[in-house]
Design a binder for this molecule. Structure first.
Ligand code: HEC
Length: 105
């Protein structure tokens, strides 16, 4: 009986631990984020940084240093657009930008 209890405990443990180590923004949809990004965000960044605009995310002195900083910056940029996006859109954008450029864990 004792052995069974230990085996069960070991089998269940990873399931309980997984949510704690899940990536930030894992509820966002990066594909939806990319679509919104290319439509609403890119042009302005391209105008300032040239190329495809992605330098804004990869430059050495980039501003965003954490997952929560990324959410904040997206909200700031969104407000320049006149708050056209819903919180879900911001989550999708975070998922896209984090997966592609920032890679915060
Ligand atoms: C009106 C122009 C404009 C629009 C539209 C815009 N941005 Fe920005 N964004 C900026 C500028 C300017 C900066 C750089 C700020 C700085 O360096 O001080 C920036 C910076 C950022 C950064 C931080 C980059 C870093 O340094 O790490 C992120 C992330 C970002 N924008 C996301 C978005 C997203 C997502 C959207 C679309 C919802 C968006 N932006 C739309 C102008 C814009």
């Amino acid at each position: 009986m004792k052995t069974l209890a230990i085996v069960l405990a070991l089998a269940v443990t990873p399931v309980l631990i997984t949510p704690a180590v899940a990536a930030p923004f894992d509820k966002g949809d990066p594909k939806a984020g990319q679509a919104t990004h290319d439509k609403q965000c890119k042009d302005c960044h391209v105008a300032r940084f040239g190329g495809d605009g992605s330098k804004i995310y990869t430059r050495a002195d980039r501003r965003v240093k954490s997952a929560s900083g990324l959410s904040q910056q997206i909200t700031t940029c969104n407000s320049m657009l006149g708050n056209q996006l819903f919180p879900e859109d911001e989550l999708h954008l975070s998922a896209y930008l984090n997966g592609q450029f920032y890679k915060f864990k």
